[in-house]
Ligand binder design. Structure first.
Ligand code: CA
Length: 419
């Protein structure tokens, strides 16, 4: 255990292992659902820790969510509103503050907040990140700015690099490791090991696969992310059998899509297991906060869609599982509304570092320690800015309470230049 003195109080600084995948919907984690797949290793985190059922992102798209997590600020404060924006590395971020608190810090895998100049990671003692979206097979990494290509599958390689870094860490200090998987982001390319999983079965369809949008806003009708109409043969790596039309064709596309998506997740699950085993073998599991999350949710055929962006539940909800054996009771479920701005303040709280006033999130420490809290936020704010994009999701903002949701599609998008 790493103990530091702060004033007249000793602070025990836990290690923090933050595992985040890209576009992994909660409904594709068996701890949350179990309807379409099994994720035994990710479930270990929930079984031995806390499952958050109402964790939401404030802007459901890759780049902005990552910036929110690092800064503890909403997109309109940290400046990263769309996929076109980059995070200015000169800004304050949680890694810099954890370094100041004595942590060794590292980020390995997907970054997606810009490349070069002021956009490379800052606050990390070590970083090795994929450029842009990165590749599934034989990916190139920028290792402290130096280009390196690795043979193999991205999810395995990211895990290998994380385990190497952990093995070579300074054991006198606590660590903060962000393990960021590329998977299961489009184009959903599985590895060889899982390529034939689900081959002989049909994955259940969601109830709203054939949503007619009759009771929904125009934004739902005009979005271009329908499985039936907008997935391509490239996406599903096959040509539809002749003679398939209408619903049967949509069903064929759904099966092709969801199986590759779930195969990518099977690989993540195996690799999460490797990370957890490492902590056990090192004897540091009790003093390590382990988090599994994803940068946002995803549509797995609900409302006929793939992708994210909308403030609808499937896209808004982030899976968020936390294990910290010294503090969190095993097998607990939390229903409080928590958001991705809260992650950074939580880490700082446990590090004994003060939380800057311009971080808008709230530490989750009290929830970890006490479970569901009465005295907690009752609503959350959301905003999606992008409009000029292949999926044509109308920009919108909204508020969600424990019971209701109000979404306003306000018209033309606001771009990163404010136009
Ligand atoms: Ca994403």
């Amino acid at each position: 255990n790493h103990i530091i003195e702060r004033g007249d109080m000793d602070v025990k600084q836990p290690n923090i292992l933050f595992i985040m995948s890209d576009d992994h919907a909660a409904q594709a984690i068996s701890s949350y659902s179990g309807r379409i797949n099994e994720t035994p290793n990710i479930d270990r985190i929930a079984d031995e820790g806390m499952r958050f059922d109402n964790c939401f992102c404030t802007n459901s798209i890759c780049t902005p969510s990552r910036a929110v997590i690092l800064t503890g600020q909403y997109s309109h404060i940290n400046g990263v509103k769309t996929l076109r924006d980059e995070l200015d590395g000169r800004r304050q971020n949680v890694a810099k503050l954890l370094q100041r608190a004595g942590y060794q810090t590292s980020i390995i895998g997907k970054w997606h907040l810009g490349h070069g100049g002021n956009s490379d990671p800052t606050g990390f003692d070590y970083w090795s990140v994929l450029p842009g979206q990165g590749e599934y097979h034989d990916p190139v990494f920028y290792d402290m700015g130096v280009k390196k290509q690795y043979k193999g599958y991205a999810t395995d390689i990211i895990t290998d690099l994380c385990l190497d870094w952990l093995d070579n860490r300074d054991r006198e200090k606590p660590f903060f490791l962000m393990c960021h998987h590329k998977a299961p982001h489009r184009p959903w390319e599985p590895d060889e090991k899982h390529a034939h999983l689900y081959e002989d079965i049909d994955i259940p369809e969601p109830e709203t696969l054939f949503d007619d949008y009759e009771t929904r806003s125009d934004a739902a009708r005009t979005a271009k992310m329908r499985i039936a109409d907008h997935l391509t043969e490239t996406d599903v790596k096959a040509t539809p059998p002749e003679g398939l039309h209408g619903k049967e064709l949509a069903r064929w596309y759904y099966q092709r899509y969801i199986k590759d998506y779930l195969r990518c997740i099977a690989s993540i699950d195996d690799n999460v297991g490797r990370m957890l085993d490492y902590l056990d073998d090192e004897g540091i599991a009790d003093n390590t906060i382990v988090i599994y999350t994803s940068d946002q949710g995803f549509f797995l055929g609900e409302h006929g869609w793939y992708d994210k962006r909308f403030m609808y539940e499937e896209s808004l909800r982030m899976p968020f599982l936390v294990r910290y054996p010294e503090v969190i009771r095993p097998g607990t479920v939390n229903k409080n509304i928590v958001i991705n701005t809260d992650f950074a303040p939580t880490f700082l709280d446990y590090a004994g570092e003060s939380i800057p006033e311009d971080m808008q999130g709230v530490s989750l420490r009290a929830i970890f320690e006490q479970g569901d809290l009465e005295n907690w936020r009752k609503s959350m704010y959301y905003r999606y800015w992008m409009a000029e994009d292949e999926h044509c999701v109308a920009p919108h903002y909204g508020v969600r309470t424990e019971r209701y949701k109000l979404i306003c599609y306000y018209g033309p998008g606001l771009y990163s230049d404010g136009s």
